[in-house]
Design a protein around this ligand. Structure first.
Ligand SMILES: [Zn+2]
Length: 105
């Protein structure tokens, strides 16, 4: 079963995002590529609209879980946070010369 409108996928970019420190708490080495939750259940967005958040590990609930479950924030705050994180990630990607964000000279 496939969605009618395929979202943009890019494994290399997702791995690149996951290689960055968590945007929420700053810890390194635990990041996952987090998608924005906007748009409702099951409608994940483009892989270019992602940001690094840390995974849960023994004894600690990671920022990715906190974010997805919307803990300690309202849905409205989460949406604003996601927009900020996505812009921040795209800025980093652009400044590091990722091909996804190469601008025509
Ligand atoms: Zn974190």
């Amino acid at each position: 079963m496939f969605a009618k409108v395929p979202r943009y996928k890019n494994k290399s970019y997702r791995q690149y995002v996951a290689s960055k420190a968590c945007f929420s708490c700053g810890i390194e080495g635990y990041s996952q590529c987090a998608h924005a939750n906007g748009g409702g259940m099951g409608t994940k967005r483009s892989d270019l609209e992602t940001f690094p958040l840390c995974a849960s590990r023994p004894g600690h609930i990671g920022c990715h879980t906190m974010h997805d479950l919307c803990i300690d924030m309202t849905k409205h705050q989460r949406r604003e946070l996601e927009a900020t994180y996505i812009m921040r990630m795209q800025d980093v990607a652009r400044s590091e010369g990722r091909p996804e964000f190469k601008e025509a000279a």
